[in-house]
Design a binder for this molecule. Structure first.
Ligand SMILES: [Zn+2]
Ligand SMILES: [Zn+2]
Length: 405
């Protein structure tokens, strides 16, 4: 065995936040990144463990802000087994930092999910997969007209008795609420006091409601163009003159960030190009929004809790509810990043950044992970030239990549 030792990633193009280093080298030790540079300029310890990228890419591990599950498990199943199954599945697709995301559901179901994520995080059983940086408290505070594929009976208005006790569990780092709901401002104020990334989603909010939310600390909108307001939807709700919607509010405010589901099924290439061009690399995140059908054969699955979540169908490309629309994605971050490169002008460096450093920064963990920079966690991917994930390291340790079905 090499000594405590150094791991050296070599013979690949190292992807940094703003550029790529041809024939680069990344040295890590003790789970952290040490030196990064080009071969020849970096002194490589001779007793190191060498990881040969075979001419591919050496990239930062991906960071997913919005994800429901995978490999048959949904985080809302509320068991540590489900949490571990899903975090392991996503690690195999290159996600090394994950924010398990709640759906609508009963108070008890959400509490069970928070508890399961907390147990896995605290016990370190997420060592074998993506590291849980915190929970994205997403459902249940959605607008009735915009619940999408979530169960309508599990939706409600913000209730301080519920969310304060959930926030007090100290696992939530991202908090979503539809801006037009009664009590939204108080919810945002509480989340803001705790330093969460505050987001508005599954909402039919007007410009005025978004402006009020912004005052209260809201800075992000979930899955752009999905379950959100538009000028026509606001006109239908509030009449004429036509008013601004979430779309204009996000595009107009430099500080607002958002996310795209880049599976090629939710948004056509021109919308991916539009989102990245308008918001830029520091304000657009790529998310998977993947559900339990990821890495599972086509079939019928429940979205959210395994006991009573809404049924949807996966055809292996995307989830959908026949007659009702899409029901989130069934592919991992590796596919999303490949699609951004293929469908837009972003290029590899920017596409990788939108799946790593940008989401890390928005969630407040950009100092810890999200890029291959000295002092950060050794969350490292080895990709081939087609951006397929070949090897995955979280905190310097290799994740076993198994292929399912
Ligand atoms: Zn959603
Ligand atoms: Zn979602």
């Amino acid at each position: 065995m090499p000594s405590e030792s150094h791991t050296v990633f070599k013979n690949g193009t190292v992807i940094l936040p703003n550029n790529a280093l041809e024939n680069g080298v990344v040295v890590s030790s003790g789970g952290r990144i040490g030196l990064v540079g080009t071969a020849g300029e970096v002194a490589v310890p001779e007793d190191a463990l060498f990881i040969d990228a075979n001419g591919g890419f050496i990239a930062p591990g991906y960071v997913d802000l919005h994800v429901h599950g995978g490999a048959g498990a949904d985080f809302m199943d509320g068991t540590s087994e489900a949490v571990v199954t899903a975090t392991n599945a996503h690690a195999r697709h290159g996600t090394t930092t994950i924010f398990p995301t709640t759906t609508t559901g009963s108070r008890a179901q959400i509490e069970a999910m928070l508890q399961a994520c907390l147990e896995v995080q605290r016990s370190g059983t997420d060592d074998s997969g993506a590291h849980i940086a915190g929970v994205h408290f997403y459902g249940p505070y959605f607008a009735d007209a915009k619940v999408g594929c979530h169960s309508r009976s599990g939706r409600r208005d913000p209730d301080p008795a519920e969310y304060i006790s959930d926030f007090d569990r100290d696992i939530i780092r991202i908090a979503t609420c539809a801006a037009e709901l009664d009590g939204a401002a108080e919810f945002y104020a509480e989340a803001s006091r705790r330093g969460y990334l505050i987001t508005c989603g599954h909402s039919n909010a007007s410009w005025t409601e978004m402006a009020r939310a912004y005052e209260a600390g809201m800075r992000h909108v979930d899955h752009f163009w999905c379950a959100m307001s538009s000028v026509p939807s606001i006109r239908e709700r509030l009449g004429t003159p036509s008013q601004g919607s979430m779309e204009q509010f996000v595009l107009m405010h430099r500080e607002m960030s958002t996310e795209v589901i880049a599976d090629g099924c939710h948004l056509a290439p021109e919308l991916l190009e539009f989102a990245w061009t308008m918001k830029g690399v520091e304000r657009l995140c790529i998310v998977t929004d993947a559900n339990r059908a990821m890495d599972m054969p086509p079939g019928q699955y429940r979205f959210g809790p395994g006991t009573d979540g809404e049924w949807f169908t996966s055809d292996g490309q995307v989830g959908f509810q026949p007659g009702a629309g899409l029901a989130s994605s069934v592919v991992g971050m590796d596919t999303m990043v490949r699609n951004m490169v293929r469908f837009t002008s972003a290029g590899i460096v920017n596409a990788v950044r939108m799946a790593s450093l940008t989401p890390a920064e928005r969630a407040g963990i950009g100092e810890v992970t999200g890029s291959l920079e000295a002092g950060k966690r050794a969350d490292v991917l080895v990709l081939n030239r087609d951006l397929d994930v070949k090897r995955v390291f979280t905190r310097g340790r290799e994740v076993q990549i198994m292929t399912r079905f």
